[in-house]
Every structure is written in C-alpha cells, then in structure tokens.
Design a protein around this ligand. Sequence first.
Ligand SMILES: *Cc1c(COP(=O)(O)O)cnc(C)c1O
Length: 365
Amino acid sequence: MTADQAKLLLGPGPSNAHPQVLEAMSAPLIGHMDPEFLEVMADIKSMLQNAFQTENHLTFAVSAPGSAGMETCLVNLLEPGDEALICVHGVFGNRMSDIVERCGAKLIRVDAPWGKAIDPEQVKQALEQHQPKLVAIVHAETSTGVLQPMAEISKLTKDAGALLVVDAVTSFCGTELRVDEWGIDAVYSGSQKCLSAPPGLSPVSFSERAVTTILKRNSKVQSWFLDLSLVSNYWQGAKRAYHHTAPVSSMFALKQALQLVMEEGLENRYARHWEAHQLLKAGLEDLGFEFLVEEGFRLPMLNAIKLPSHINDQEVRSKLLNHYRIEIGAGLGDFAGKVWRIGLMGENARPQAVDQLLSALKEIV
Ligand SMILES: *Cc1c(COP(=O)(O)O)cnc(C)c1O
C-alpha cells in the first residue's frame, strides 16, 4: 500500500504515524547492544520523562503493547495476598482486575456505570474498609470515552498510604497528565494512540516509592519478561546487560514520534486535541448525533457517540472503511451496535481528518 492509499485510522488506536516516524522505522538495523542504540534508548528515556512530566529515574518503554505495560505495573507491585483496589468503569479496569487476581492478590473493586467517571466518594468508602497496597485507575477509558478526574482520587490514595497506578494509554500526549504533580507511582501508556507511533511499545514510569516497594518484595515476580529487577538492568545503570533483543526498529520510530511531540510542545499538542474534538463535536451535532458521556468528562481523543436506531452500525462502518478508507471504532461489550468510538489521536487530531470523516458521514447517513 502506498502512502496516498493509506487508511485514515479514527478508531481507538492505532492512529496514523507521521511519515517521518515511518521513515525512522525503515532505517537499517543496528545491534541492540550497540552504543549507538544505547544512545537511542537514553534519548527515549529523557523524552518520556518530559512527556510524563516526571523526574522518575525508572522510566522506559516495555517491548510490548500497552497491556504489557499494565501487567508490568501490577505484577511488580503486587505479591500474593496483597490487596489491590481497582476502579472499573470500562474494559480496561476489568483487564486490570483480571491481572490482579492472576497475581494472587485480593481484588477490591469500585465500579461506575459505563460512560460515567468513578465517584471519589466510593473510593473513599472502600479505603475506609480496606488497606490496599495500591489503587489503580484508568485515566482515559477508551472503551467509553470518559476522562477520569484525578485530583481527589490521588489525594485519597496518598492519605491512605497506598500506591497510585494509572492507565494513561490513551491520555498520554493527548491531554494533561502530570505524573509527579499528581502523585502517580506507576503509570503506563502505549505507543499507538496519541503518540502516533506504531503499536508494540509501552512507555512506563515508576516513582521512588514504587521502586522501593519492588525492592522489598519477598517473592519473585511471576513473569520473567516483565520483572523490573531484570529488565531495568538493560535500560539503566552503568553496566547495560542483555535482557532481551529490543525491537530496534520500533524504538527508532518511538524516538522520532517523541521528537515530534517535543518540537510541538505538550501544551500545544493538548490544545490541538481539544480543538479537533470541538470541531468534530459541532459537526456530529449538526448531523444529529449525541455524545454518550456528559460534557466535562469527555475525552478529546476518543469520542463515544450514540447510534440512532435508523443507522446500521456494521453497514456504515464497513462503507466508511471500504469506500472512504476511514476506520472508526465499534462499541465494546454492552455498547456493541449502540455506540461508535471516534478517535482523534496524535497525528489525526487535525481539522483535515475531522472534515474527511464528517463529509463521508454526510454522504452516508
Ligand atoms: C489500548 C488500551 C490499552 C491496551 O493497549 P494495547 O496496546 O492494546 O495492549 C490499555 N488501556 C487503555 C485505556 C487503552 O486504551
């Protein structure tokens, strides 16, 4: 497929990569222990620290997609018998809950109806009844389009002496995320959403407190590959030791994508996502669509809209994909057939992408 035949990816990820990112990915390979590659890793680390707004030393990209970042955070912080409070307001909170149980930890759940944010009052009540080691929450729930306010839950977690784990897969580089200021102890993201790099890497960052917790473990992390005590020897320290063969080409692409973020500036990038969302919102409302999520809690980069009954979900989405070469996301779980998820992530948070979708929709519906 040539570049002008490219599909416009307006789903829940991957988003389209910038041509410079695709070009970086096709550079000749070098060894994953080559000093030149170690420099690439160092550059990635410092740009990730900047994008996460953190000084955390342990900041790097896991060689696997966002779900592996999720698993890295949980398997390293939890030991059998620990308690973990998981906030669930969509698919990804459920996934965290599943991992917690697989760690042999005790799961405490706080649920919100899909399409709503987690109510801090419920977290407060759960923290009065339990003393979990960590509280985990999804910042941008891609399955529902909800942006979770973080301030109150962060404060409650700190006051309870628990660690705060945040899923920033979709929010990272698309909306404000301040890891240090918000007291986040472990955070993970993915390369293919608002970062607009190819899928397959998961930026992560751990606070000193999280690192201390990991060092004090009594049991081995049950995953060899994701064990931070092993993989971190490859990413940092004077003696870089072989751990696994890094996906060199993907790292080249990630470095280039991060460079584009740095050149643009985080605030400008957040504003660009917000403006694209506003433009889409106006256009969709003209067409008679309604948003699933209450105003004030909507993600700019993932727009969940209700499908009117006269629209055939499958038919319209396949027409968009096959005829207009535009991908949008279907509803997940209970929302299947009832909701669309329109992503405006990274490179696609631009008026041109919004216009392209709106004019196609005008022709179809
Ligand atoms: C996409 C996503 C994930 C999983 O990332 P993968 O790269 O698909 O493994 C986790 N959490 C959220 C909120 C996501 O949007």
